[in-house]
Design a protein. Sequence first.
Length: 618
Amino acid sequence: MDQSGRIACLAMFIMCLTSCHRGGFQDNRDYFQSVYGLNVQPLHLLGSSFIGRVVDAQGNTLPYSKIYLKGSPLYTTSNQKGGFYLTGLKEGPNTVFIVSPNGLGRTLHVNLNENLWTEDNHIVLEKLIRMSGRVSSGAASVSEARLIVEGSPFSTLSNDEGQYILELPVGLYDFKAQHLLYNPFSMTGFDVKADRVQDINLEPLSFPKVDLTLDQSENFVLRGLTTRINIHKNPSVRYMRVVSASRRVSEMNSVSSRWEDVKDHLVLQHKNPGFSFLHLQFMDQFGKMTDPIFISYYNTLYDHSWRLISGHITDTLHIGKNEKVAFLGQIFRKIASSDNSPGAPPNEPVEGSALGTTNGMTFESVKIDAPVEIEPGSIIQGSAQFNRGLKLRGSLDHPIHWILRTETGDEATVWVRGSDVQLHHARLQGGHMVFDGNYTNLSKAGHWHFENLQFEDTFLEFQKPLHQESSIWDVRFCTFIRSGVSFSNGDGGATAEPGAPSESTPFFLPPVPHTMSISVLSSVFNQSNFQNTLNSDSALNQAVDLTLEHNNFFGSLPNETYLSLTEMNSGSEPQIQLKIEGNYFENRTQIIDNFEIWTTHLGRILDEPMASSGATFP
């Protein structure tokens, strides 16, 4: 190893006490001790050396000053006489920074000879220059940005408001500002002569850019159980991994939770129809990663013969004759892409649109804020909120068939709101139907007409309108199979998001007196029942006419009765006027709750069922 190599292995700075005089060492050590307060032998000085003494403008020595060599993190400290020495330096020009504890400093440019020493016993320090400013990115402050004077010991961090302060000796410097989320900022040859304000603007760091698209999607609905995700990326993006995935994704052969080489597309298979999602993350060749990118879609088994409806509908909806329509929920309407702005929050999914709970997740229903007309022979599946009425107009030869279940068989709920609702000649299977009147306060009277309908495994709830002064509920020639019908006060939550209806719906006192007319005529209840759950507390605010005529009640209802009426009907001056006449009950022990109370109101009970009541569809 040559001499320069040996010098590089030694400590750059040695703190010691030495005494020196320009022109050479004396044979004794008194000179070094008296001038510099140092005790140094000639052998202590290896290679080029610099010996000095620091003082202020009045000539006072400055002990405990720190002396730095440019490009090295090490330093030495002056003694009580202000003396110091540096040894093992490179030949040629060197820069030395000196800073005292009392805010003085100096930048020295020293030219050294090989194997010789240079000395200066009167280095006057001056007041440090104050450099300050604000670090920002556009209008936003940037905190914890590191400001560095290159090759020197001077550095600082910006505070929460982006403010920074540096104190430097007079000199020519190269500055750099650094932050993990921003591109580096630099200033070269910056001449510091007096206090100054220097603001710094940082450009956001460019993260890898990735865009995802679904192949052959319709509003992010895909038909079938295969999904192809196209990946559009910067050339620098090399790797991909799956952060999380829904349980409906059955085959993950193309992707893994490990980092893998990214391809231009991703093909996934699914277990069954419904909502699916993935969180993907990408990394470029430099190790920069995107936030997890959220992608969501809905796989449906409906082929192209079905019309798919989802989201929020505001235009008049018309379903034509013999048309097949599916209301789809659980749909997210967009795919997120990687965000190039550092510090941006992870991409969030947009609102879903389905009612009910599927795989532990709850969604809103498809919302229709427009009139709806459905023509004969149409086939419908799924649920929706009809907020501006509903006209279901089937015919005897072409009835409408509505399955109130999702593709996966989950129960669905249909909410119908409006003052004019007509349902004719239709077969409805499963789920719930809730009719809650005119919640928009557009009409003071409402009419709901139901004729020639067949309900199978369906629960119907008719809720008293909140704003209307009168309402008529007319049910004729309908068949209920393993179903139930309930008239109730409702929850009064006209503007609230609906939940699944239940027999324990909370009651509400209406703001205006209300007359309610309910008639159920010539209908069949097969293993089904009729409930009037109108709250007796609202008797002073409403008058109800309840008519049950020429209906057949068949089958057995374990632990239940065909009729369940509130006790307020039995008062001496009832607010509800009852007319129960000419009905057939197959099991007379299950006619009504509290039979002794109601026996005088039941009217004539038929011994044989009527053959012409109800509706039947294949």
